[in-house]
Write a protein that binds this ligand. Sequence first.
Ligand code: LLP
Length: 390
Amino acid sequence: MFEQDLLNKFNTIPTPFYYYDVEVLKQTLQHVKAESGKYNFTVHYALKANANNEILNIIKSYNFGADCVSGNEVKKAIECGYSSEHIVFAGVGKNDAEINFALDNKIFCFNCESLQEIEVINELAFAKNKIAHIALRINPNVNANTHKYITTGLEENKFGINLWELESVVSALTDLKNIQLIGLHFHIGSQITDLSSFKSLCMRVNEIQSWFVSHKIKIENINVGGGLGVDYHEPDKNCYADFAAYFQLFSDFLELRPNQKVHFELGRAIVAQCGTLISKVLYIKKGVNTNFAILDAGMTELMRPALYQAYHKIENISKNQKLTTNNQQLKYDVVGPICESSDCFGKAVNLPETQRGDIVAIRTAGAYGEVMSSGYNLRERVKSVYSDKI
Ligand code: LLP
């Protein structure tokens, strides 16, 4: 993926930095557009995955909506030109200022996670003499078969309204005059690669829909959230998630009522593969049973491995360029400079013999990478570089 002239450019830019391949992003967006378009599905990009202006502008140019989880994300989406009527706002802890901001900007829908939250939105909307559109985020109790920290749709999780609360929540809505129920919302988790989890979600949505029909409550919008996973192991071979199978599954298994619209909130599957964390090897150190390759990037730039034991493919791109058959691979623990033992990108990683100054690429880092970076150890905020601007 990284040609010699790109490597030459990388050598002139201070590391670490995120490199975004704009072509990969555009290709991904084209796939999403084409496959979702077949069924007239609406896709909202989940800003939480990557909220860089350049990325947001490109995504917006494909006419996607925005899925936000904070007032600042709503603000950012509006500033980047996403139209308010295509913004959805989720989150278990929306504060009053965030709700007011979203009300003032007439967003499409609040995805609500508890009755108390709905009551507060009603009260704030009443004070502004507005009607807030809401969807009930229902916890479908469906297992996403993914890492426990990114599973959201089980009863033990803090997200959504539990099925056993539905009756009482729905009956309470009739007294709340400044809200209008326009949809149901679900999100079972992230990095889901087993599509059968989404099939289980469809089945559960169908059951829940029957409940609403039997209560004569009309639902216009079904939002099934995001969560489609990507291939962290083979980013070149499987650069694009199987959007065709994903959208087709919802078309095949969701039982829609007349005029219902289906919404998606994809984050990772849109931006993960276009981003790479580029870092330089500072030192090679011999350990007892291993060699350490100490990089100038750490968990402050990409915290997924430290937080979720997440796998990211690591390549020494200075050496891969010259790789010949007799070039021996060695095992390295690839670590960062932060004063934490969890600051490790990968253990026993096979790399060609690696030296100080080599450029290392940590792949599939476009989603939940830069956006989760921090200033711990008073590190400088990581920079970003775009393929169409270097
Ligand atoms: N909608 C809702 C309500 C969500 O909570 C999320 C992600 C999404 C959509 C987008 O999900 P995606 O399509 O990106 O899977 N930091 C973790 C991932 C956290 C996901 C949080 N919610 C990671 O690095 O793996």
